[in-house]
Ligand binder design. Sequence first.
Ligand SMILES: NC(=O)c1ccc[n+]([C@@H]2O[C@H](COP(=O)([O-])OP(=O)(O)OC[C@H]3O[C@@H](n4cnc5c(N)ncnc54)[C@H](OP(=O)(O)O)[C@@H]3O)[C@@H](O)[C@H]2O)c1
Length: 312
Amino acid sequence: MAMKYRRLGKTGLKVSIVGVGTWQFGGEWGKSFGQEEADRILGRAKELGINLIDTAECYGDHLSEERIGGFLKQDRREDWVLATKFGHHFHGNFSRTDDYDPEDVVRQLEGSLKALGTDYIDFYQFHSGPDSSFDRDDLWTALDKQVQAGKIRHLGISIGANTNLHQTSAATRVGASAIQVVYNRLDREPEAEVFPSCQEQDLGVLARVPLASGYLSGKYKPGAVFGSDDVRHRHDKDKTDAKLRLVEEILLNEVPEGTPMAAWALAWCLKHDAVTAVIPGCKDTAQVEANAAAVDLVSNNHPQAWKDAERE
Ligand SMILES: NC(=O)c1ccc[n+]([C@@H]2O[C@H](COP(=O)([O-])OP(=O)(O)OC[C@H]3O[C@@H](n4cnc5c(N)ncnc54)[C@H](OP(=O)(O)O)[C@@H]3O)[C@@H](O)[C@H]2O)c1
């Protein structure tokens, strides 16, 4: 397996097509992560050629970022593309409040820089906020100042609803160069309007929740039960069962025999011309390996395929 890379739209950043999502490090997925475990996961990711990490201010109170920062103490910061987000305060598992006030966002940025142990964020994303906050010009002016100061390399938008054309179509105007959006074999809504808008603006696209919260790994059957400390315990049970029944059909009709379903599901996302990279959440090194194996199912023939002549 050799990792493949793509250009993250007009950021020009070179990113591995499979990244690592780290909501899990915050402790809302049924287990907590110590530094050593985070080191093993990210260390294995690096060995496999992964250079993209997605985190956020509110995966724990900057806790996921702290784990990444802890790992970076013994690694080369510049080898990684660090994507994090702003807009929330974490008050305990499954409890957050919004704050997109420019002064507070700058404080959140300082918190993220400190936790990550770095002096710049590669990709700083508006975190699933409402249009009323997104439409504040003073927010984007304050962020642009942080870009000018060198604390942020590129701005992005992680859209909440994956049909949010209001925010996607305004990306270039507010200075954002890439979008993060829910996209997977069970949820194709971005294909209709969001992806065409991204392509028109040359925005990078990070497909989040690419395994449909793990349901597309194929290991869960209808009736699956999750512990109360696992975010999936909060999902609507009937909807989850309907998804899991669909997964059984997909496994039967679409996944070639012998192909692990998680890798297949990630490769499925990566075949769309608009999608730059997937960021599956990983809970151990075996999942990192299984997810990285998706690259073998994806051709290099993609509009954003990285060409060596291109510069970061
Ligand atoms: N608003 C936002 O901006 C937002 C929202 C959500 C997510 N995100 C980002 O997107 C990332 C990914 O989304 P997600 O973590 O919610 O969903 P996901 O990537 O679809 O699912 C992750 C879960 O799938 C299971 N899994 C992962 N790899 C596997 C494999 N190879 N085989 C079997 N099971 C596997 C793991 O749980 P089990 O092993 O316990 O099943 C893991 O916790 C997050 O970590 C976060 O960085 C951003």
